[in-house]
Design a protein around this ligand. Structure first.
Ligand code: THU
Length: 130
C-alpha cells in the first residue's frame, strides 16, 4: 500500500503525544479512511483512572467527528507490538469489520489481522433490530 509507510510513521509519532503518566504505556494509532484521509489518536489517561481513552478509539472518534465512517487500515504502535483491547476491537468493528489492523513495535516489527479475526462473532449494529 502506497501510504502504509506514512501511516506507520504517523502511528509511531502519535506515541509521543500520548498522555500516560499512570501506566507509562504509550500507544499511537493512525487510521486510513476509505477516501484516503488519515486520522490519528493517542491514549489519554486521567487521575480518575477509568476516564482514560485508548489510542484506537481516540483515532476512530476523531475520524467520525471529521465525517469519515469507512476505514481500510489502522496501525497501532506500542513498545511491544500488542493488539487492540477488546473495547477498541468492538468500536473498530462497528464501522469496518473487514479493515486490517497492523500492530507495530518500537523496533519496527509488525504483524496484522483483520478486525473480524480479532473479534469473531462480534455484536453488530444489525443485531439491534432482530
Ligand atoms: N491502551 C490503548 O491505548 N490501546 C489498547 O489497545 C490497549 C491499552 C492504553 C490504555 C491505557 O492508557 C494504557 O494503554 C494501559 O492500559
Amino acid at each position: 500500500m502506497e501510504n502504509l509507510e506514512q501511516l506507520i510513521a504517523a502511528a509511531h509519532a502519535m506515541r509521543g503525544r500520548a498522555y500516560a503518566p499512570y501506566s507509562n504505556f504509550t500507544v499511537g494509532a493512525a487510521l486510513l479512511a476509505a477516501d484516503g484521509a488519515i486520522y490519528t489518536g493517542c491514549n489519554v489517561e486521567n487521575a480518575c483512572f477509568n476516564l482514560g481513552i485508548c489510542a484506537e478509539r481516540n483515532a476512530v472518534f476523531h475520524a467520525v467527528a471529521s465525517g469519515a465512517r469507512e476505514f481500510v487500515v489502522i496501525v497501532v504502535a506500542t513498545e511491544n507490538g500488542v493488539s487492540p483491547c477488546g473495547g477498541c476491537r468492538q468500536v473498530l468493528s462497528e464501522f469496518s469489520p473487514q479493515m486490517t489492523v497492523i500492530m507495530v513495535d518500537a523496533a519496527g516489527h509488525m504483524r496484522q489481522a483483520t478486525v473480524a479475526e480479532l473479534l469473531p462473532d462480534a455484536f453488530e449494529p444489525a443485531q439491534l433490530n432482530p
